[in-house]
Each structure stands twice: as C-alpha cells, then as structure tokens.
Design a protein around this ligand. Sequence first.
Ligand code: ME8
Length: 599
Amino acid sequence: MRLPFLFVTRARGSVLRLQLRQFLSPDPALWKPQSSTALRFTSTQLSKEDMSFYITTPIFYVNASPHLGHLYSAVIADCLHRYKVLQGFNSKFATGTDEHGLKIQQAAKAAGKDPLTFCTDVSARFKHLFSSCSISYTDYIRTTQQRHRQAVEHFWSVLQNKGLIYKGSYEGWYSTQDESFLTPSQVSDALDSSGKEIKVSLESGHKVEWMKEENYMFRLSAFRTHLLDWLRGNPRAVQPERFHQAVLQWLQEDLPDLSVSRQRSRLQWGIPVPGDAEQTIYVWLDALVNYLTVAGYPDKHDRWWHVAHHVIGKDILKFHAIYWPAFLLGAGLPLPQVVHVHSHWTVEGRKMSKSLGNVVDPLERSQMFTTDGIRYFLLRQGVPDSDCDYTDDKVIKVLNAELTDSLGGLLNRCTAPALNPAQIYPSFCPQSFPREQGGRAVVEDYHMLDAVKGLPAVVEVHYESLDVYKALEAISACVRQTNGFVQRHTPWKLDMRDSKDQRWLDTIIHVSLECLRIYGTLLQPIVPEISDRLLSRLSVQPSERSWAALNFLPRYGGMDCPFEGRALGSDSGVLFSRLESQKGDKQKPKKAKKSANLK
Ligand code: ME8
C-alpha cells in the first residue's frame, strides 16, 4: 500500500517552508513516549489523573446497516474499556456514527429521504446493535451533533490561524466509497457490472473518479519529519508492529499536501468551511475530530486527550497514523497514545463489506449464538495481525468446545449436588495439598497451580496489547488443566464417610472453584453475562470481582480465604447451552439445546 499522491498547483514555495518552521516548533511533549501504566503500577500508586483512560472505535458510516466487522471493532474496544474499569481506571469509551460526506448524501438521495432523517435512522440501528451486544460505551457521538460542529469549526480555525491551511487546487483520482484521494499508481482498470470500463482503487476495489476543483489544502508535507520522529520515538504507537512498519514505509515516500475541503456545489452535506460558505470541510477531517469532541474539545479536553487510544481497522490506518497525527501536531495537541489496528473478517476469502454484498448480519448472529457467544468467538478467533474467515460452523465448534464443554463442564462438576451436597465453597486442607509434596496432590497439580497463579499477569499483557486471542488461549489452556486435575483425582470415587477422603474431596472442589473464580473474573471483559452467572453461582459479590481481588488460592499460602464455607449462589442453569450445527440451513437460527453434561 502506498500513500495517495495529491497534485497541488499553488503556494508550495521554499519561502513558505521557511515560515512554516516558526509555527511548527515541534514540542517533543506532544509525542513523548507514554508509560503503559497498568503494567508498572498498582492502582493505588497512581493519581486520579493517571487513572484516566480514553478508548475509541472508528465512527461508522451510515450509508448502510452495521455488519460483523463493525461489531468486531466495538467488541475489541469494549473489552479494553471493561478491563481498564476492572483495574480501577476511570475509562471513557466512545463510539458513534460518521454522517457527513458525499456517499451519505448519495445514499440518502437513493433512499428518498432527507439526509438528517436518513442518518438518524441508520445511526439508531448501530446504537441498537451495540446496546444489544453489551457494548458499554459511555458516549455515542454523531457528527451531525452541534457539539461536534463547534469542535470542528474551532479546530479548523486553529489550523488556519497557524497558517497551515491555504487555498489551492486539487486534481486527481477520488474514491467516494472510501472518501479518499488516490495516486495514478493506486488505480487500475476494471469493468463495472454492465461491462463498462471504469477505474478502481487497487486497495479497496472501489470505483474512483477524476476530480478537479478549487479547495483548501492542509500543509501535510511539512509534517513528514515530525511524524517519523514520533513513530521512531514511540515504537508502540501503532500496534501490531507490522502496521507500524507500514506507516514508516509510507512516510519514506512523498507526502504531498492534502485537500481538506470540497466545493459546496458538489458536496452540501457537511460542515461549511468557517468564513467560506462555498466550501465544505473534507469528511475525514470532520470525522477524525470526533475523538476530540467527545474528550470535551475545545474547552476541557486535557484530562482525556492525553490518554487517548484508538481502535481501528487496517483500512483506515493512513487516516489515523498520518493525517490525524499531522492535524494534531498542527493544532498543538498531544498525539494518541496508541493506535490499535486490527485486520478484517472475510467471507470465503473476500473482505466482508457493504459494497461487496457479502456481509454477515451481527444482530442476527448475536440472536443465534447469544451476545456473549458472538463476542467470545470474535475475540477468540480474531487475530489483529491477519485476516480471518468467518463461518457459522466455526462459531459453533469453538463455543461448544470452550464454553459449553470445557468451562461449563467444569462449573457443573464442581457445583453438582452429587459432589457438593452442602452447596458451599468447601474448605481447603493444607495437609492434603501441602506446599511441599507429601499430600495427595501430584506433580501435575502443582504445575496447574503455577499456571493459574501466573494467569492474570499473562492475560494482562495480552489485554493491554489487544492480542485478546492470546489471553483466551491462555485461559482456555488453564481451564483444560483444571478439568484434568478433577479428572485425574476422580473425586466421585472418594468415600465421603472417610474423613480423610472427605477433606481431599473438599480440597479438590475448593481448588477448582478458586480456578473458576479466576477464570470468571478474567473473562468479564469478554463475556460479561456468562462471567456474571459464573461468579454469582460461586457467590462472588460485585465488589469481589475487580483485578485487585484476584488473589488466587490464598489458603495454599497460609492466608484466609473469604469464600471458604460460603453458601453457593443459586443454580441458574447451564452456563452456555450447546449449539446445533447449522449445516445445510446456514441462515436459519435453530433453538439451542441444553448440554448433556451440564444438567
Ligand atoms: O471508515 N472486518 O467507516 P466504516 C473487520 N467512517 N472490521 C471491519 C470490516 C471487516 N470486514 N469492515 C469494516 C469509516 N470494519 C469511517 C471511519 S473514524 C474517524 C471514521 C470496521 O463504516 C473497521 O474498524 O467504513 C474499519 O476500520 C471500520 O469498520 C470502517 O467502518
């Protein structure tokens, strides 16, 4: 992928470049490396200011209904937000809709609606999807809101007053679908559905058109060195690494100035350029400022803005890792701490997208597989580094194996009246499971304790870097180990009339419930409803579900365990009902059947 090339025909002399240096005094504090606070400090050591966190999703175009890819971005961001809250952070989580621009204007026209009514309808569909899928956003922004218009106008004026915007002319290729400018080398020949010759974007496959018009230009070219400095000084600014490298590579090429407005005669649906009613602000500049609007820009954004983290798909990397930081540097504002990039969901190897018509409906899937089911699948199988192919069958296999059989089976075993007739969190017996060998535990049991003890730190690292699939892999491996522990000692064969056997049985159940408590706590950001049911069954109170409360198996270390002897919570049924294969009938939801081993 390469950066788009813009043809700028005016005002690019060396004199201007010299003048630029004066107002572009790059303040290193704007891209100073930021610490990954959670990894280095405990919550109590951090001040209130340090305990703030701000996470965003892209704001989604309202030209069509939401699809699974949109839900994926929202679930990733939701996971990070919930995890930060568990760690004691005050986290702000923003999502919303991108409602201006030519393609929205055209979509509204095609639907026979006025643009705002059209936007309100589709935006409500996104909101409904996110609420249905437990996306716990704290702010839902629409770019048609007045607060946003004020922020964009202010931001524009700041750039203009600093001499970073000038009147110029643009001539080149433009993709309306991508709302993006392209160079000739990023364009190729193709035939449309009626066999007509057209030009398309090599990257997205979307049709492009030649555009020539007078508009305002942003001095993007002046920021190349600053952007390189930022990226080189902050090797974790764009994650995963391959996307960081891609941006560095783009910056090796020419970085021409960027057209940041369109003639009003062509684009009416957008924010007018302040002081020039003949021009409309470029939809990407408008859209990117949404992150500032939510932070409280222009009056009171400091608290949130210096801890901003963006989750985006790889298709919009250039906008977030080049244009956006350049705009921010120009406006004298700090840069985001991290741009978290994820790859795409494909269907039969092709990117799922509205324009290709191969979208998977996320609301329908959340009804088929439950909200937590689809969340778990997306985060378990989605790998930020590479694209993943979606099939319903894969969902069913993963959920049945890991949620129904493994996790649900373990909970069922340890709480079943046959093994736990008193329905309590039984006592741990140090003689049966001593710190040194000599009791009834075997070497694999000690390995399991080590793995579960170290699990929160492993999960923390993967949640922080948004390699959530690795965190779930680690949790899943531990759940298997705990099942192995129970299986190995066949507690159902122990003689409850024998006090030694009874103590060992209690210990097996106590250790297993402690493991389950850790898994339930760690899984809260992924599957909030399932975790709640699991923890409620173990009688773990809401105040005992934070990261600080994890403290695995204190009795093994000779400390008190607050849960020992506590009555279990009521049995609310199976943790996750077994799903039936949809073969031959893919789109039709079937009723989930209860798992045999969870009754
Ligand atoms: O680009 N797999 O909005 P958009 C995974 N409004 N994620 C996908 C995906 C797929 N197949 N398809 C889309 C825009 N996404 C702009 C953003 S932000 C200031 C403005 C996700 O509706 C992914 O996050 O086209 C991608 O970046 C985003 O949806 C694009 O959504």
